[in-house]
Design a protein around this ligand. Structure first.
Ligand code: AMP
Length: 542
């Protein structure tokens, strides 16, 4: 015991979250939906009881501390139970992203050497495809009640049967707070996915920080619908944060189309939700097409990609729903910065307030951030100089799981791969992923800034700006646009929309039209594929 303090040193453990939710918020509900309708309800106390029982079943099965237990599942009350049961015995919960390419899913499960998997019926075909290549997988638990379903995968046991085997009087064990808890793989578009293993300590600290008012502002009266799935960086941490603050959780299951979500949000009186911008765009289209309102939704968290200002305007002005722009990544647990106004922003003009909101936000306490040049020299926090964003802190990745891939620079800061600015008030604004920056005549052009302008054009439904090679300027921007149905806007009309909004040399050289843009498994525009398609095809203007 270190000298110098009178305080207890209790390890920060994830099981303390579910025990707290049981004792203090025991009657608060967890609802699981299918196609927009709730099909199951239980309370935090039920979740605690069932998670403990499941933990006992896992121990009886021979799962030991440190072993990896995978989930291939949509968000649900059962996924929540697994999430607490696995980590509660000191094992590692690997939330497999089934939306990755099959070879990537295979790779992550082989790399993690998962000992067991909990699988939803929807992902059984995927599991069967990779099962012969995953010799470490000893146990399969099927998240399905219909006994007929077991015929599909006869070596599996059904979830309820498995859970019922556990001792109901199980007590959560104590162990080192630095033990591994959740394993998430990045969805990089180049190379194999890389694993990030969060610890109990990093998870609890992240959970505290994310619940604060200027972060996600979570409270016991909230009804939280994490539209983002568990397999995308642990649903932005919401399953843990909801237990910490005692909020109701509503899981949409597989149905994340706007109509199903709308029905669910209204019937369950959801107050808060989180997802990537494309999903909020679809919801907006639904609201506009059906002339309806979201009556209880107070605020939405938007992250994963830059939130276009036009989307913010629409939600805030037309529907009175506040947008909280956030930035983070798998390697930052995920929250790094969140965007809330300061007191000094209360009385500035509307346009200036939107300019503040378009930034990704301020670092949470616990995340140190700076921007550096190619020699790792710190750049000024003046809101203008753009450089590589590096971070450090107790919930930032130090090294990749079982990998030599470099994570830190020589000074011990994590290299995010994002490029951006920092202003004197601490707000960070991303200009690009470093590999998407357009380098023209020795200067950098932000593809995100150009995409936001393109998206503010009434005829454009989706947009990506990529660099195409240029003999004189090295690279020039090309706009790949998807037109709204019925629109026949011409390239010149679209390019004219950029006049006066950016320097002349920033304006894309040309516009090409696509029927749709490719997206990655985590909802980001797949610029690698767009570049592959257009860089060669599109002749440059001299
Ligand atoms: P992932 O690990 O899949 O969550 O991806 C992390 C990456 O998503 C970051 O490094 C950013 O490039 C991007 N990202 C996340 N949030 C934002 C945001 N609000 N604006 C722009 N890019 C974002």
């Amino acid at each position: 015991m270190p000298a110098g303090s009178s305080m207890m040193t209790m390890p920060l453990q994830i099981s303390s979250l579910i025990r707290h939710a049981d004792r203090v918020h025991g009657d608060v509900q967890i609802a699981t939906a299918a196609n927009g309708e709730v099909v199951h309800r239980q309370t935090w106390s039920d979740t605690h009881r069932r998670s403990s029982q499941l933990a006992a079943s896992l121990l009886a099965l021979g799962i030991s501390a440190g072993e990896r237990v995978a989930t291939m599942a949509w968000s649900s009350h059962r996924h929540l139970e697994i999430y607490y049961a696995v980590t509660g015995i000191g094992a590692v919960c690997h939330t497999v992203n089934p939306k990755l390419f099959v070879e990537q899913v295979r790779y992550t499960m082989q790399h993690a050497e998962d000992a067991a998997v909990f699988v939803d019926l929807d992902f059984v075909p995927l599991l069967l495809q990779i099962l012969p290549d995953c010799p470490s997988l000893r146990h399969i638990v099927l998240l399905e009640d219909d006994p007929e379903a077991l015929r599909l995968i006869p070596t599996a046991i059904s979830y309820e049967q498995f859970l019922a085997q556990g001792d109901e009087d199980f007590e959560w064990p104590g162990f080192d707070e630095n033990a591994g808890a959740y394993l998430s793989y990045t969805s990089g578009t180049t190379g194999n996915p890389k694993g990030v293993l969060y610890s109990h300590r990093s998870t609890i600290l992240h959970t505290w920080a994310q619940s604060l008012p200027d972060a996600m502002n979570l409270r016991s009266q909230d009804v939280i619908a994490p539209v983002i799935q568990f397999f995308h960086v642990n649903a932005f941490g919401l399953p843990c944060a909801a237990a910490m603050v005692g909020a109701k959780l509503v899981f949409p299951g597989a149905a994340v189309d706007a109509a199903s979500l709308y029905a669910l949000f209204e019937s369950e009186q959801v107050t808060m939700s989180a997802a990537v911008p494309t999903l909020w765009q679809q919801m907006l289209n639904h609201l506009e097409a059906n002339n309806c309102q979201l009556n209880t939704l107070e605020r939405i968290v938007v992250g994963g990609s830059a939130c276009p200002p036009k989307l913010m305007h629409a939600y805030q002005k037309q529907y009175g729903i506040k947008i909280r722009h956030v930035w983070g990544m798998t390697e930052t647990s995920p929250l790094g910065v969140t965007n809330a106004f300061k007191a000094k922003h209360e009385n500035i003009g509307e346009e200036q307030r939107y300019a503040v909101q378009a930034k990704q936000g301020r670092p949470l306490f616990g995340v140190e951030m700076k921007i550096v040049d190619s020699e790792q020299k710190e750049l000024p926090r003046d809101g203008r100089a753009a450089g590589d964003i590096v971070v450090r802190g107790p919930w930032i990745c130090r090294e990749y799981y079982r990998s030599d891939a470099p994570a830190l620079n020589e000074d011990g800061w994590f290299m995010t791969g994002d490029v951006g600015t920092l202003d004197p008030d601490g707000y960070m604004q991303i200009t690009d992923r470093s590999k998407d920056v357009i380098k023209t005549g020795g200067e950098w052009i932000s593809s995100i800034a150009l995409e936001n302008i393109a998206l503010s054009h009434d005829s454009i439904a989706d947009a990506a700006v990529i660099a195409v090679p240029h003999p004189k300027w090295d690279e020039r921007p090309l706009l790949v646009a998807v037109l709204k149905p019925g629109s026949s806007a011409k390239p010149d009309q679209i390019l004219a929309h950029f006049n006066g909004k950016v320097a002349k040399w920033w304006i894309p050289d040309d516009v090409v039209f696509a029927d749709s843009l490719p997206y990655t498994a985590t909802g980001k525009i797949d610029k690698k594929r767009i570049r592959e398609q257009w860089r060669k095809q599109k002749p440059v203007k001299q």
